[in-house]
Design a protein around this ligand. Structure first.
Ligand SMILES: [Zn+2]
Length: 242
């Protein structure tokens, strides 16, 4: 199975460089984009990460290193964004999460027929306090179809997950077979292409784990896509990666 992978921009913000690059303490902010990733070519559309829903809460929590907060232009909220590319959320069969931070999971409940694919290690270690209660309630409603906890495995023909940790215990890479080779979505283990290309780990509790995660990403993918780099839209016009 060969898929098409597309980046959909769902917002932007400024993030201080000391968060993005662990090698120096630099308070200068640089632009981040937020993305929902769309995988097409299978029987149903598949989504990776769901974009933020409640920005007020997120922006308050991150004010120290995301000055000005996340802003979304008209049409960038996930429901409108998917409508603009002709995708009905009800038709989506799987929602993969690169990790469970609020800017990535906000609209998990938009996809009422989809199975949520989450890293097992991170999900279990986040219980009971780290997984939002309303999420558990929503998932329990459609249990057990609603949730698939995965490790390093092929989840669907041509789509694999592998554990990364580093940014979050829940962080996993998503590897997708395409005509251009294996595309890997890195989530926030690599915020930018510079993290990958200059081997600079993101600021995290365990820098060795973050370095190892960068190595793993490059080993797994022919094309590795960082989680928040605006340059994704320049390197892949229209966000069309493969
Ligand atoms: Zn993020």
């Amino acid at each position: 199975m060969k898929y098409h992978v597309r980046a959909l921009k769902c917002g932007e913000c400024m993030v201080r460089n000391y968060i993005t690059y662990a090698d120096v303490w630099d308070e200068t902010p640089s632009k981040f984009y937020l993305y929902v990733w769309l995988i097409e070519g299978g029987e149903h559309p598949i989504v990776v990460d769901t974009g933020p829903k409640d920005l007020e809460e997120f922006n308050k929590a991150t004010a120290a290193y995301v000055p000005g907060g996340v802003v979304q232009a008209p049409g960038e909220r996930t429901p409108e964004l998917l409508a603009s590319v002709g995708v009905d959320p009800k038709d989506v069969s799987h929602v993969f999460l690169t990790h469970m931070h609020i800017d990535h999971i906000g609209f998990y409940d938009l996809f009422s027929n989809a199975q949520l694919v989450v890293n097992k290690r991170g999900f279990l270690s986040a219980l009971p306090g780290g997984v939002p209660k309303d999420m558990m309630v929503a998932l329990a409603d459609r249990w057990p179809h609603s949730l698939r906890l995965v490790e390093d495995e092929e989840v669907l023909p041509g789509i694999r997950t592998f554990h990364l940790g580093c940014h979050s215990e829940c962080s996993q890479g998503i590897a997708i077979e395409t005509e251009k080779g294996t595309v890997v979505l890195a989530g926030d283990v690599a915020y930018t292409f510079r993290n990958l290309e200059e081997n600079i780990p993101i600021r995290g509790a365990d820098l060795d784990a973050c370095r190892a995660a960068l190595e793993r990403l490059k080993k797994e993918g022919d094309i590795v896509i960082p989680g928040h780099d605006p340059a994704v839209m320049e390197r892949f016009p229209g966000g069309i990666i493969a």
